[in-house]
Write a protein that binds this ligand. Structure first.
Ligand SMILES: Cc1ncc(COP(=O)(O)O)c(C=O)c1O
Length: 398
């Protein structure tokens, strides 16, 4: 489908639908009229096959206790194989009602109070909370930032693991907010350090399908790195929710290849959650895995074009702005510090540009001056946001 026709068919507005992104602007930012570029969900309707499958299920009118059908497992397993070359066994798979819920449960199950848990910052802020709220010791290693190209500081990672007796590493792959898809070399080095120091790994791969340039930066699951050498110490958490815009349907996965870790998980998960499956989440997820690939490819092309638009607009009108390389996720990480004092970022972005964004300090206390913008939206929103930033910067300089 032509991109314009796809946008016409799928892009929509969401005000007055109880959308966190649009209908909580007053509560969260004190201004209901901001242009919302925060929250990692999309302004695009799900693939039409998904809407149809949900409509059929809803028409039945019963939402009683349900089971996960074989067809769901097969759809998920086939998707992982076809899209990422990841071979899953059905008995490795468990279900959750959201990846963040699973992070909290796994921190509890895999570590003891006081144990060191490592994260690479800046990172999706619930990673901090899952460690701190469970009274584990938060250990951070800051990513290196070379003008928007982020890399792992392996010496520091090793140092942090040794100094803090780290037991668990929670990785974000692809990495929200800096947009990196870790290369196989980087992953191998990182996971080898975890192996050397007996550190377990939770790999949050919820953004796995959001590959912006699949040819040059393909996503590789931690379970397939180095031909699966590390899979015994890795638990993957992922979901169809980011890929297909299904977050509120509360259906996510844990993949646990190691039978001992699986037993430990099964024996303990009941302490934290007695949730049954989300039947609508599974109907939607199954249908999306079976028939949503073409829709996803169109979304990725839009995100790529939106990113390209930002890059060229900023290069032309505000060349000292730095956008991080966008390899994975639909979230772009913008460094405003060349123009705006870090402490004035909120006043600039929120009060002058009238934008609702995720602020840098939410992802790391050191990252005031950065903002995260969501590009899984109608290109007209991206154009509007870019124009506001450029115009307000030029007014500021006068
Ligand atoms: C890395 C990462 N993990 C988890 C989530 C949220 O997952 P869930 O809605 O399934 O809790 C997000 C949402 O942005 C995310 O970026």
């Amino acid at each position: 489908m032509e991109q314009a026709a796809f946008i016409k068919k799928y892009a929509t507005t969401r005000q007055h639908t109880d959308s966190l992104k649009w209908d909580a602007l007053q509560a969260r930012y004190g201004n209901p009229d901001l242009l919302a570029m925060w929250v990692a969900d999309m302004e695009f309707k799900v693939p039409e096959q998904v809407t149809q499958a949900l409509q059929e299920r809803v028409a039945h009118g019963i939402y009683g206790y349900s089971i996960t059908p074989d067809r769901y497992y097969q759809a998920f397993i086939d998707w992982e194989q076809a899209r990422h070359g990841l071979t899953l066994k059905r008995d490795w798979i468990r279900f959750g009602s959201g990846v963040v819920n699973s992070l909290y449960a796994l921190v509890n199950i895999l570590t003891q109070p006081g144990d060191g848990v490592l994260i690479l910052t800046p990172v999706y802020y619930p990673f901090f909370n899952a460690v701190r709220d469970n009274h584990r010791q938060l250990v951070t290693s800051e990513l290196r930032n070379d003008r928007g190209h982020y890399t792992i500081d392996f010496e520091d990672v090793e140092q942090q693991i040794k100094a803090n007796e780290v037991r668990l590493f929670i990785q974000c792959s692809p990495h929200n907010p800096v947009g990196r898809i870790w290369s196989e070399d980087e992953e191998t080095r990182l996971l080898a350090l975890c192996e050397q120091y007996h550190v377990l790994v939770i790999s949050d791969e919820i953004h796995q399908d959001l590959e912006i340039d699949r040819t040059n930066h393909p996503f590789k699951s931690a379970l397939t790195v180095a031909n699966g050498r590390f899979s015994n110490r890795v638990i993957v958490v992922n979901a169809p929710s980011k890929t297909f815009n299904l977050a509120a349907l509360l259906n996510s996965h844990l993949v646990i290849p190691n039978p001992k870790l699986r037993q430990r998980y099964d024996a303990q998960i009941g302490r934290f959650s007695q949730t049954e499956i989300s039947v609508l989440g599974q109907v939607a997820g199954q249908t999306a895995y079976e028939s949503g690939a073409a829709w996803l490819d169109q979304i990725l092309a839009i995100v790529r074009d939106n990113y390209h638009y930002l890059c060229t607009t900023f290069a032309a009108h505000a060349p000292k702005l730095v956008l991080a390389d966008l390899q994975g996720t639909y979230l772009t990480w913008l460094d405003l510090r060349a123009y705006v004092q870090p402490a004035a970022t909120k006043a600039f972005i929120q009060d002058q540009c009238q934008l609702a964004v995720d602020f840098g300090e939410w992802f790391s206390p050191d990252d005031q001056g950065f903002v995260r913008l969501n590009l899984a939206t109608n290109p007209q929103n991206v154009r509007e946001a870019a124009q506001r930033i450029v115009t307000c910067l030029s007014q500021m300089q006068k």
